[in-house]
Design a protein around this ligand. Structure first.
Ligand code: ADP
Ligand code: GLC
Length: 476
């Protein structure tokens, strides 16, 4: 296939190497999906301690002297089918802990750590790497925001840049005094450029400097221009509205499909789903006469997890059951454990991160709950669609873009794929859970919604085509 263009994708996480959330899924899936339509993509990310063992299989393609306090090199090659470049800078990344935090909380030098990633990305894009010169630098979230700024202020070398916002809640803040240390031009410290509420934000820098801005759903793109969702960035985004667009994420249907589960099933026969449910309930000691709802999530304020403690008791009284997999805020973890203790046989909670167990939940559950306060795109509602595990979601961001509410009109028209509620509070969520119990009880309608859900296309094809069109526009 003829190569339509080359893209250097820059991010802090990427499946299968390291993941804390959906960002990694998306960064890991895009190269494969875009390769199919003629785009040559490479992913640059930090060589965290957990990835150092992979360095031996890679070749050094770049050396950088004094990268924010130490020498660094970039090691490139193929890992699990992905063309990756790992930025090996031990003074920044060789630490015990996660990508953003260690035992004592967030790393104190996160601004520098990701400025370094962005610095190298911009330099490699500008100069080319061993004869491979990208046409486009694709920066993901605040961690790569400065890459667009370094290209903009330091000379782009003919490289266009696009910044994708996966979550505006994380803005990469740094104090104004860090400007010079972060190698940014001091004369650009004013509201129309790098200044952000008296300090710096790598995300804002990216938003100001990138040629194009995307976010992970059309609805979130519109929401971001409003204060309720923009989280301080609404003005910046609104100012750049003419280059902002929303492209919905997809999910990897080779991994997320009921056809590949140990007890497979399909839209033609849901017998396997019933078997998964029965086996799961038996193993967990659950006995649920009504709908079994599942939840797989970071347990944070964003995800509306606190609403469960208020609303689940009524759902249980109506015959429902709940299986939770998640980790995050200690208070929310404790709230989940309280629910489990209060409703033995109806609620099962597993605190932790467990990919295999999450598959079991989607295969076994009747419904998946996503009561987020904001949700740029969301992936678990799409797993729910693929698995006929009816999504019950709040009407925000990508959730509203991917689920068709079972309103009387949609049920009559035969197009409903789930339940969508607002406002995002205990009243809205509680009423939605009631509707879930009722819908589950009317067998014919339930079967129809389940089948509609499973027929929704949730793969990467449409998204890849949209990114390809955007890249092509950027090159034109
Ligand atoms: P976010 O990125 O905001 O956390 P998404 O819905 O985009 O939300 O992506 C979350 C991803 O992480 C999904 O693939 C989901 O299945 C996965 N996930 C979240 N929590 C867990 C967990 N405790 N165990 C396994 N997978 C999880
Ligand atoms: C962020 C968002 C989530 C989105 C993911 C991938 O983590 O919170 O909604 O699906 O990025 O784009």
């Amino acid at each position: 296939m003829q190569v339509r263009g080359r893209v250097l994708s820059v991010a802090s996480e990427c499946v299968p190497l390291i993941k804390t959330g959906g960002l990694a899924d998306v960064v890991g899936a895009l190269p494969g999906a875009l390769a199919k339509v003629g785009w040559d993509m490479r992913v640059l990310m930090p060589a965290y301690r957990a990835l150092r063992a992979r360095l031996d299989d890679l070749d050094e393609v770049w050396f950088e002297q004094n990268l924010f306090g130490g020498d660094a090199r970039v090691m490139a090659g193929e890992i699990d089918g992905l063309q990756v470049m790992l930025l090996d800078a031990p003074h920044l990344y060789d630490r015990e802990g996660g990508p953003y935090s260690g035992p004592g909380g967030d790393w104190f030098d996160n601004a520098r750590r990701f400025a370094a990633l962005s610095w190298v990305a911009a330099r490699m894009a500008r100069d080319g790497i061993d004869g491979w010169k990208p046409d486009i630098l694709h920066a993901h979230d605040w961690q790569a925001g400065f890459a667009s700024a370094y290209l903009y202020y330091g000379g782009s070398g003919g490289v266009a840049s696009v910044l994708t916002i996966h979550n505006i809640a994380f803005q990469g803040w740094a104090p104004a005094q860090a400007l010079v240390d972060l190698r940014l031009p001091p004369d650009q410290f004013y509201p129309g450029a790098l200044e952000y509420y008296g300090g710096l934000s790598s995300l804002k820098a990216g938003l100001v400097c990138a040629d194009r801005i995307t976010t992970v759903s059309p609805n979130y793109a519109a929401e971001l221009m409003r204060p309720e969702f923009g989280m301080g960035m609404e003005g910046v985004i609104a100012q750049r509205a003419s280059v902002v667009s929303g492209i919905l994420n997809g999910v990897d249907t080779g991994v997320w499909s009921p056809a590949v589960e140990p007890m497979p099933y399909s839209v033609k026969s849901l017998k396997g789903k019933a078997a998964n449910r029965a086996a799961f309930c038996a193993e967990m000691g659950l006995d649920v006469p009504g709908p079994l709802a599942v939840l797989v999530s970071r347990l944070t304020d964003q995800k509306g997890i606190d609403l469960l403690e208020t609303c689940i008791p009524d759902f249980i009284a109506g015959g429902g059951g709940l299986a939770v997999l998640g980790s995050g805020d200690a208070l929310l973890e404790a709230a989940m454990r309280r629910l489990e203790a209060r409703f033995p046989g109806r609620v099962s909670v597993r605190i932790g991160y467990d990919e295999a167990y999450s598959h079991r939940l989607f295969a076994a559950g009747d419904a998946v709950l996503v009561p987020s306060r904001f949700e740029p795109c969301g992936l678990t509602q799409m797993y729910g669609l693929a698995y006929g595990t009816v999504p019950l979601v709040s009407s925000v961001g990508g959730l509203a873009d991917t689920v068709i509410h079972a309103s009387p009109a949609a049920l009559t028209a035969g197009v409903a794929t789930g339940i969508v509620f607002h406002p995002v509070d205990a009243t809205g969520f509680g009423l939605a859970l009631r509707q879930l119990v009722q819908l589950y009880a009317s067998k014919a309608q339930w079967a129809q919604v389940q089948k509609n859900a499973m027929k929704q296309p949730v793969g990467w094809e449409a998204s890849a085509a949209a990114y390809a069109a955007l890249y092509a526009e950027m090159l034109a």
